[in-house]
Ligand binder design. Structure first.
Ligand code: BES
Ligand code: MN
Ligand code: ZN
Length: 508
């Protein structure tokens, strides 16, 4: 979606809808906010009386539409809460609410009255980026299978007005860059939302190859024969029950200013998780097309890393397989030998994510000896129980890497929470028969026993972080109600903005 800056006042340009932020008054008899005087003027004096009678109050999430008496379009106020408490995340949410409020209502162009979002805590560059995120992410809907669809807003403008016109060039650059980042998340969501009959491991490999040509990445696809030669028994076991054979997909971005440093990003790419022989109940099983969210995020991360030329070399690894029950499925009781030689006792075929990641982590550790590995995976229901649908679980073997990821998460608004990993968890995944087992005897700390399992496949001395995105990877009709307005129904592309932010930081 085109997002531009324009030095004019919004009222002069008159797009279909103008959106202005409105702050909540403080105190008992809150005065009309001084900063909203231009909005009162632009609405022909409609806003002030609406404020005075208590119809609009600037509370977070409040959206009010005014039809200008001169007939020149609509003016919308979005509540931002108290001025002193506005954050970038608050602006992202407000921008998304605005764009969603006019969906299906005949608005093609939408403009923000930029000055109304700029505060001490959200200076111009931050406010511009947050408006772009909110508008692009909040305006997105998965329309591929809709034969009738409202096109929605097609053009967004930040009207700088007299206050910020002098900053036009700098703000235009910020907007251009953030627009790319947000549209990259949209690109990721489009793939994440594809159903399992379409987004097979083979199709993901084709998408990776096309991407490699488009942005200049080296792409290597290991098919089932290559995987067998390499000893990737985890991918072969999990994918064994499907007619769509497994793939390990490796993308390489050579690096910019810091070619000497290598970061690997590894994603769980289960294109559908039925549970396999340890089959899941029917309710909500359709959501398991999103079990590829980690791998799809890796595609989005590599795409943007190449385009934005991040400093380090980045290796992306997608561990793709479909987990189905059939006569050729792997079964509880099987022992699987993985790429590194480490063996897994399979106790539950529904704990398949860790089994495919074992190959990916072992492979990238040995072949690339990266300085850091970050994996992303919709790994456990226990993550959702512990942290909810909004916050991903972070487990790391290195405090510095964890701190860097938490800092990136704070900047992007994708919440992460670090969880502990101890010998208790490591003990729980030891097997009597093999090196590790893929599920535990007692049902405790499921997110962390899964992490302990993964950790054992990371090469010695390599810094590693694991993001369990089972909750935040997608939203359903029910869970979306409690999420920020820029998280649309379906795949969220969670992790892409945070990892990108992390990769863009110049490292020590
Ligand atoms: N893909 C699921 C995890 C999941 C479940 C994500 C629900 C989002 C929503 C994963 O493969 C899985 O089935 N994990 C099991 C592990 C257990 C069998 C040890 C789980 O969490 O129940
Ligand atoms: Mn599973
Ligand atoms: Zn799964």
């Amino acid at each position: 979606m085109p997002v531009e800056v324009d030095r004019r006042e919004a009222a002069a340009a008159a797009p279909d809808v103008v959106v202005a932020g409105l702050f909540e008054g403080e105190g008992k008899d809150p005065a009309f906010p001084a900063g909203s005087a231009p909005d009162d003027a632009a609405t022909g004096g409609l806003l002030r009386p609406a404020w005075q009678r208590g119809e609009v109050r600037g509370r977070r999430g409040e959206v009010t539409v005014f039809h200008r008496p001169d007939g020149r379009g609509r003016w919308m106020t979005v509540g931002l809460g108290p001025r002193a408490r506005l954050s970038n995340e608050g602006i992202r949410g407000a921008a998304a609410q605005a764009i969603r409020a006019v969906r299906g209502k005949g608005a093609r162009s939408l403009g923000f009255r930029f000055a109304s979002f700029v505060t001490e805590r959200t200076p111009a560059a931050d406010a511009a980026r947050a408006l772009v995120d909110g508008a692009v992410l909040g305006g997105y809907e998965f329309l591929r299978y809709r034969t009738t669809a409202d096109p929605g807003v097609e053009e967004v403008t930040l009207f700088l007005g007299a206050e910020h016109a002098a900053d036009e060039r700098r703000l235009a650059a910020e907007v251009k860059e953030e627009r790319f980042v947000a549209e990259n998340v949209v690109w990721t969501r489009e793939i994440g939302n594809l159903p399992a009959d379409t987004a097979t491991p083979q199709r993901l490999a084709e998408i990776a190859r096309e991407l490699g040509k488009e942005v200049g990445l080296k792409v290597t696809v290991f098919d089932e024969e290559a995987l067998a030669r390499m000893g990737c028994g985890g991918l072969l076991a999990v994918g064994g029950g499907s007619i769509h054979p497994p793939r390990m997909i490796v993308l390489e971005y050579p690096g910019g200013r810091q070619r000497g440093r290598t970061v690997a990003v590894v994603g769980k790419g289960i294109t559908f998780d039925s549970g396999g022989i340890s089959i899941k109940p029917a309710a909500k099983m359709s959501d398991m097309k999103f079990d590829k969210s980690g791998a799809v995020a890796v595609l989005g991360i590599l795409r943007a890393a190449a385009r934005l030329k991040v400093p380090p070399r980045v290796i992306g690894v997608l561990c793709c397989a479909e987990n189905l029950p059939s006569g050729s499925s792997y079964r509880p009781g099987d022992v699987v030998r993985t790429y590194s030689g480490r063996t897994i006792e399979v106790l539950n075929t529904d704990a398949e994510g860790r089994v495919v990641l074992a190959d990916g982590l072992g492979y990238v550790s040995k072949e690339y000896r990266p300085d850091a590995i970050v994996d992303l995976a919709t790994l456990t229901g226990a993550q959702v129980v512990a942290l909810g649908d909004d916050t991903a679980g972070l487990v790391a073997n290195d405090d510095r890497l964890a701190a860097d990821l938490l800092a990136a998460s704070a900047a992007t608004g994708e919440p992460l929470w670090r969880m502990p990993l101890t010998d208790y968890h490591r003990e729980l995944v030891k097997s009597d028969l093999a090196d590790v087992r893929n599920s535990t005897e007692i049902p405790v700390a499921g997110m962390l026993t899964a992490a302990a399992f993964l950790e054992s496949f990371v090469g010695p001395g390599i810094r590693w972080a694991h993001l369990d995105i089972a909750g935040p990877g997608w939203t359903s009709k029910l869970t979306r109600r409690y999420q920020p307005a820029y998280q649309n129904l379906g795949a969220t592309g969670f992790g892409v903005r945070t990892l990108l932010h992390y990769l863009r930081q110049p490292a020590e």
